[in-house]
Write a new protein. Structure first.
Length: 144
């Protein structure tokens, strides 16, 4: 644990200045994985999004290699400054939904929630549709 008087030599946090009504000075740092978690939480709730990130095997192997690789393997990469953030999001979508509409809704929803929860403006939200999932034919046959 880092005391209030020590600062770690390396961190994945993004320091930024915030309004402080109490008048007590200090630096607020939010880890990139927190921003990524918010973005993932929001994106997964968009209709037509199956999941965030690439396949499970790729995610497992890269998470063993390093924490930076694990963050990228989660399907969301974040670069943030004091006031802005750039996010790269990998998605798997469901067949039958408009991919341009899904991407538009992901961008708008993620940008709003990042601003509301963290106070950063999403300068860019780059979306890569890495896979498409088709409805299970056997499940559909049982319904008919």
């Amino acid at each position: 644990m880092v005391s209030q008087f020590e600062r770690p030599e390396t961190t994945n946090a993004f320091p930024f200045e915030t309004e402080n009504p109490s008048g007590v000075p200090g630096i607020t740092e939010i880890e990139g994985q927190v921003i990524a978690a918010i973005a993932g939480h929001v994106a997964e709730r968009i209709e037509g999004v199956v999941n965030i990130g690439r396949g499970g095997l790729v995610r497992t192997v890269t998470s063993i290699l390093s924490s930076e690789a694990a963050t990228k393997a989660s399907g969301i990469d974040v670069e943030a400054g004091k006031r802005e953030a750039i996010l790269d999001i990998d998605l798997t979508v469901m067949y039958g939904h408009s991919i341009p509409n899904i991407v538009k809704e992901v961008r708008e929803s993620v940008a709003k929630q990042i601003f509301d929860h963290v106070g950063l403006v999403a300068k860019e939200i780059n979306v890569v549709v890495t896979s498409i999932e088709f409805p299970d034919r056997s499940a559909r046959a049982r319904l008919n």
